[in-house]
Design a protein around this ligand. Structure first.
Ligand code: NAD
Length: 299
């Protein structure tokens, strides 16, 4: 039967059920309580995975796990703290018969968006260190402890969420850009080392997705708060803000007619997590509607 909804004669056919691409697999998704991570968790579950959400937001993480059913659980985990990461992996493997098939390094922070924080002339060393610890060290620790669980079984897929700021300059604060380039580099290095153990390591680089992270950054840039050095207080964005943000992103993408959603990032992560990508390792899959290959971002 056709997968396109039409048979050879042009008549509509009943679509075949979607195959479950992570059936029986065990996955950890860091930063899975909301935003892109939440979309990854939901899609993984839909494809038959048992998922552990590892996040610092207990309330949101526990609520999402409860809503998705017994195949999903939550563990409090700050990815920049090695003991937390080790504990999350131990918990996932002990809950699920010693196996870990997929580890998704999605947790990340953008860092302060003030003019001073964003300039190489005045950035704060402490803030730089904080962003690098969560985004870069957090991803490296995830690779370390995931690989320790996966290598003895000779299989596994580690997928990190980097960013187009891990490929191009000028798209985020220096610490964020440095941390995302670090994830792309770590992915290549770890892929070289772990290939011998059957463990694949890849990353996905999104362009702007209208999540709390991006909308709060945008709010700071547009409501005059860019000079205020107060810490970022991330609140749930309104539907209107999401729509406006999506419009801005649509305007920059070369690909027209589609809107970049968290689900689009999750689909790319799913591909790299599943056996369908079994011969792909060390790759950075950019999901950006053509932005990084166009001149649209240049002034
Ligand atoms: P978000 O802020 O909406 O969600 C991030 C999640 O990570 C939250 O649940 C938060 O509690 C969790 N988190 C933060 N620090 C953590 C820590 N130390 N340990 C564990 N969990 C932690 O952000 P998002 O937009 O969904 O971003 C997800 C990933 O995608 C990030 O790595 C981000 O850099 C990347 N990304 C986002 C965009 C975008 O436009 N939204 C673009 C490119 C890349």
């Amino acid at each position: 039967p056709s997968h396109h909804g039409w048979d050879g004669n042009g008549a509509a056919v009943v679509p075949t059920p979607m195959p479950k691409r992570l059936d029986g697999k065990v996955a950890i998704v860091t930063g899975g309580a909301r935003g892109i991570g939440e979309a990854i968790v939901r899609l993984f579950v839909k494809h038959g995975a048992r998922v552990v959400i590892a996040d610092i937001d207990d309330a949101a993480g526990e609520a999402l796990a409860a809503a998705l059913g017994p195949q999903v659980s939550f563990v409090r985990c700050d990815v920049s703290v090695e003991d937390d990461v080790r504990r999350a992996v131990d918990l996932a493997t002990s809950r699920h018969g010693g196996r870990l098939d997929v580890y998704c390094n999605n947790a990340g922070v953008l860092g302060r968006q003030t003019r001073a924080a964003k300039s190489i002339l005045s950035f704060d060393a402490g803030e730089f260190d904080r962003v690098l610890r969560v985004n870069a060290l957090g991803a490296a620790l995830g690779m370390k402890h995931a690989a320790r669980a996966m290598a003895p079984r000779g299989a596994g897929s580690i997928v990190s969420v980097a960013s187009v700021a891990g490929v191009l300059g000028g798209l985020g604060p220096h610490a964020y850009t440095a941390s995302k380039h670090a994830i792309v580099g770590l992915t290549k290095n770890a892929a070289c080392e772990l290939g011998a153990h059957g463990v694949r390591v890849n990353c996905v680089s999104p362009f702007g997705v209208a999540t709390p992270m991006l909308i709060n950054a945008w709010r700071q840039g547009h409501d005059g708060a860019a000079d205020d050095d107060a810490d970022i207080d991330i609140t749930v964005p309104s539907d209107q803000e999401v729509e406006k943000m999506e419009e801005v992103v649509r305007g920059l993408a070369t690909l027209k007619g589609a809107t970049l959603r968290p689900r689009d990032i999750a689909e790319a992560v799913l591909f790299l997590a599943s056996d369908e990508s079994r011969y792909i390792s060390g790759h950075n899959l950019v999901v950006d509607g053509g932005v990084t290959t166009s001149r649209n971002l240049i002034g």
